[in-house]
Design a protein around this ligand. Structure first.
Ligand SMILES: Cc1cc2nc3c(=O)[nH]c(=O)nc-3n(C[C@H](O)[C@H](O)[C@H](O)COP(=O)(O)O)c2cc1C
Length: 357
């Protein structure tokens, strides 16, 4: 099942393996695509992934050096080249669209309660304009980043204490996302895939647990979502920039079990399967054996893999051929994350050491 093709609207996938979004800091200082970034994605496509989801890409111009951008038409030629390279290597490509509130590296962060209705309108418009650009340059899907600690996820969270129509009930808290889905649908058409990513559990005091996210996932699916990618944690309330427990769940550390978030995908899939909306699972899925089991047990529709494919772009080919001993293994040391936190190009230290030998 893992290696059999599947289609969702315009997304014809050659298997069920997805390379999850991973900030690379390979863009230029101003957010333009570079040759290294193209080569990174082309290489994973050559390695056999069915769908690659491009890293969190900014829909707004707010300062954030080296963040990849789609906030202006000037970014389109570079993105188009990247899309073409991935298509030429046989994969489909989605783009993760991110909006972030004002924040500093020291930990201060604007709260969603402080955003005016005018600000919210601007956030929605930023997403829709970015989505239109994404479709124009050839992305096969867009993904709204509503996981971890960014603007959309902060609205969805139980920690959102707004008292107007964008807070309170699950319907209110997810309102900004469902409105963006509706607006994107109108602009992108019925046949185009609109996905989203949420944290199935926020792992922070007073935040969403699976009980809340199941309801929110259903509300989003009912508005016409085409896939939902389930991540976990990533809130900054217990530690800035993925340094607390919640952060450690979004890039699960070596001490956590393999497939540690499968239960989240399974819980959410119970809500979405009747609506025909596929679920992407993530979190330490390091073998075909585990991936196959997840699919046959109906716990997810697509298998998300992130760090193992950074470590070894031929992970799929080697797994397929039973060449486990040749795989450059991800040991979940999170050195890649440490580099991310220092804004350095995100690379795998295990792969680097192997190449030096
Ligand atoms: C360095 C780094 C950067 C990441 N960047 C993103 C991102 O841009 N967007 C996102 O939703 N998740 C991001 N993630 C989380 C991954 O997509 C993924 O959910 C996580 O690493 C768990 O999957 P894995 O165990 O297969 O690595 C990042 C993870 C790492 C380690």
């Amino acid at each position: 099942m893992l290696l059999t093709p599947v289609s969702y609207k315009n997304l014809d996938l050659r298997n069920r393996i997805v390379w999850l979004p991973m900030v690379s800091w390979l863009a230029t200082e101003d957010g333009f695509v570079t040759e290294q970034l193209i080569e990174r994605h082309q290489r994973r496509a050559q390695g056999g992934v069915a769908l690659t989801i491009l890293e969190a890409t900014g829909v707004l111009a707010r300062k954030s050096p080296k963040l990849l951008r789609i906030s202006d038409d000037m970014y389109m030629p570079g993105l188009e080249k990247l899309v073409q390279a991935v298509h030429d290597a046989g994969s489909k490509i989605s783009i993760q669209l991110i909006h972030f509130v004002k924040q500093s590296r020291s930990g201060w962060k604007q709260k969603v309660e402080e955003l005016t209705l005018e600000d919210i309108k601007q956030v929605k418009d930023d997403f829709v304009q970015a989505a239109v650009r994404a479709k124009k340059v050839g992305f096969d899907a867009i993904e709204l980043h509503a996981a971890h600690s960014y603007t959309l996820s902060s609205f969805i969270s139980l920690l959102n204490k707004r008292t107007d129509e964008y807070g309170g009930s699950p319907k209110g808290r997810s309102g900004i996302v469902t409105e963006i889905i509706e607006m994107c649908r109108e602009k992108l058409g019925d046949d185009y895939c609109i996905g989203a990513r949420i944290s199935g559990e926020e792992f922070v005091m007073g935040g969403n647990s699976l009980k809340q996210t199941k309801v929110i996932a259903r509300l989003m699916a009912e508005k016409g979502l085409d896939y939902l990618s389930v991540s976990a944690g990533g809130k900054t309330e217990d530690g800035n920039w993925y340094s607390g427990y919640s952060g450690s769940r979004s890039m699960p550390t070596a001490n956590l079990p393999f497939g540690c978030h499968v239960y989240l995908a399974r819980g959410i899939r119970e809500e979405l399967a009747p609506l025909g909306v596929p679920v992407i699972v993530s979190g330490k899925i390091n073998s075909f054996e585990l991936a196959g089991k997840i699919l046959t047990q109906g716990e997810a529709d697509l298998i998300g893999v992130c760090r193992p494919l950074l470590a070894d772009p031929d992970w799929i080919i080697k797994q397929k051929e039973g060449r486990q001993e040749d795989i450059i293994p991800c040991v979940y040391c999170n050195t890649c994350l440490e580099r991310d936190q220092r804004w350095e190009p995100v690379e795998c230290i295990v792969a680097e050491k192997k190449l030096q030998k």
